[in-house]
Ligand binder design. Structure first.
Ligand code: NAD
Ligand code: ZN
Length: 348
C-alpha cells in the first residue's frame, strides 16, 4: 500500500517500501536541491542509513551524513549547532536539503537546524518511530530543549515532504512502539470519540495503517486551521502540560510518550474535577494506556510537577495552560492557578 496525501500543508507519503524511494520522491519535492545532509542518531543510522544514502545518491544527490548520540539528551542547542556548522563547512546552500531520519528527537533537532541555517533550507522528514509518524514529523514544529524547560527554543517550519515507510514502523521493537501509543490515544481522547472506542476494542494490538493514517489526518486538520498553535491546534497539547513537566523533572531521562501518558490521565482527572468532562473518563484512558504498558501515575509529587509546569509555553499571567477533554471527543482550554491544580489533583 502506498498513500499520497496532497494537502495544503506539505507533501506526505505514507506506505510500504518508501525508504528506497526517498531520492526519487525528493527529486520531485525539491527540484533545485543538489546536496543532501542525512541527519540521524546512533541507533537509527546503522539500521536504515545505507538504504537512504543509496537512494539519494541514485537520484543524483551528493550526500553528507551525520549521526548524533540517540536520546532526548541530544535534543539541545549544542547538537543543532553541530549540524549547522557541518552544513556551513560542507558548503550547503539554502536550496539543498536536510533529511531527518529518526524519531522525534532527530526530526525536531535536525528540523530546527534546517529552519535557521541561511534562514531556512530544504527539509524532508523521515519518521522512524510511531511517535514521529503520527505526530512530530507532521506539523512543522521544530526545536530543542533547555535545562529549564522542554522545547523552549524552536520554530514553525514546514517540511518540504514527510515520507513514512510503514515497513520501518511495523519493525519497531515494542518499547519504542508503545511510546507512540500515548499520542495515538491522545487523538482519540481529544479529537475523535469513535477512534477512541476503536482503540479500546482492539487494545492492546498495534494500530492498523488505517488508524495511523487517521491520526495523521487529525493532526493535519488541526494544523491547517491553526498553524501557529493559537487556537484549534492547542488541543494536541492534551497531556503535555504535566507530561513535559515530568520529562523536565527527570532530567529528560523519562521518555516523552510515557510522560505524556501519565499526563493524559492526570489532566483528565483535572477536567473531571472541574466538571468539564464526564466522570470515569480518566479511568477509561488509564485502562487503555495501561493495556499498552504505559504509566498512568505522575512520576513526581504533584506540587513539584506543577512547579515544573510553570515553565510551560502555554502559560499566561502566572497561570498554567491546559487543553482538557470533555470526554466526548471535544476539548477546551483552561488557565488555572498552580494552587488550584495541586488541590484538585491531590483529592482522592
Ligand atoms: N515537533 C512536534 O510536533 C513533536 C510532537 C511529538 C513529539 N515531539 C518530540 O519527539 C520526541 C520523542 O520522539 P520519539 O518518541 O520518536 O523519541 P526518539 O527520537 O528519542 O526515539 C526513541 C528511541 O528509539 C530509537 N529509534 C528510532 N527509530 C527507531 C527504529 N526504527 N528502530 C529502532 N530504534 C529506533 C531512537 O534512537 C531512540 O533511542 C520528544 O522530544 C518530543 O518532544 C515533537
Ligand atoms: Zn507529544
Amino acid at each position: 500500500m502506498s498513500l499520497k496525501r496532497h494537502n495544503s500543508f506539505c507533501r506526505i507519503e505514507f506506505g510500504e517500501g518508501l525508504l528506497s524511494r526517498v531520492g526519487e520522491i525528493s527529486r520531485e519535492a525539491l527540484p533545485d536541491a543538489c546536496r543532501a545532509a542525512v541527519i540521524s542518531d546512533t541507533n537509527v543510522f546503522p539500521l536504515y542509513g545505507d538504504t537512504l544514502c543509496a537512494s539519494l545518491k541514485n537520484s543524483g544527490f551528493k550526500v553528507t551524513a551525520f549521526s548524533f548520540l540517540a536520546g532526548e539528551g541530544s535534543k539541545t542547542l549544542a547538537t543543532a549547532e553541530k549540524i549547522i556548522k557541518l552544513l556551513a563547512e560542507e558548503g550547503f546552500s539554502r536550496s539543498d536539503a536536510v533529511f531527518a531520519l529518526g524519531g522525534g528527537v532527530v526530526g525536531d533537532t535536525a528540523g530546527f537546524a534546517a529552519s535557521v541555517y541561511m534562514r531556512g533550507m530544504g527539509l524532508v522528514q523521515l519518521p522512524t518511530t510511531l511517535m514521529a509518524a503520527v505526530d512530530s514529523s507532521i506539523g512543522g514544529k521544530t526545536g530543542v530543549d533547555l535545562d529549564c524547560g522542554k522545547n523552549l527554543v524552536g520554530s514553525f517550519y514546514r517540511p518540504d515532504a514527510v515520507i513514512c515507510d510503514t515497513d520501518i514502523i511495523k519493525a519497531l521493537p515494542d518499547g519504542i512502539f508503545t511510546d507512540g501509543m500515548a499520542e495515538v490515544i491522545k487523538y482519540g481522547a481529544i479529537c475523535d470519540a469513535e477512534l477512541l472506542s476503536e482503540l479500546e476494542k482492539n487494545a492492546p494490538s498495534r494500530p492498523s495503517a488505517k488508524v495511523i493514517e487517521r491520526c495523521i489526518e487529525l493532526k493535519l486538520a488541526a494544523i491547517i486551521s491553526d498553524e501557529k498553535d493559537r487556537g484549534e491546534r492547542r488541543k494536541l497539547n492534551f497531556g503535555h502540560t504535566l507530561g513535559h513537566a515530568s520529562e523536565l523533572l527527570s532530567g529528560y531521562m523519562l521518555s516523552h510518550g510515557s510522560s505524556v501518558a501519565a499526563g493524559e490521565v492526570a489532566e483528565s482527572r483535572l477536567a473531571e474535577a472541574l466538571g468539564i468532562c464526564e466522570k470515569g473518563f480518566s479511568e477509561r484512558l488509564s485502562k487503555l494506556l495501561k493495556s499498552y504498558g504505559l504509566p498512568t501515575e505522575l512520576p513526581f509529587p504533584i506540587a513539584e510537577t506543577v512547579g515544573a509546569a510553570l515553565h510551560d509555553k502555554k502559560n499566561s499571567g502566572g497561570k498554567i495552560g491546559f487543553s482538557l477533554p470533555d470526554g466526548k471527543g471535544g476539548w477546551s482550554f483552561s488557565l488555572l492557578e498552580p494552587g488550584q491544580v495541586i488541590e484538585l489533583l491531590s483529592r482522592e
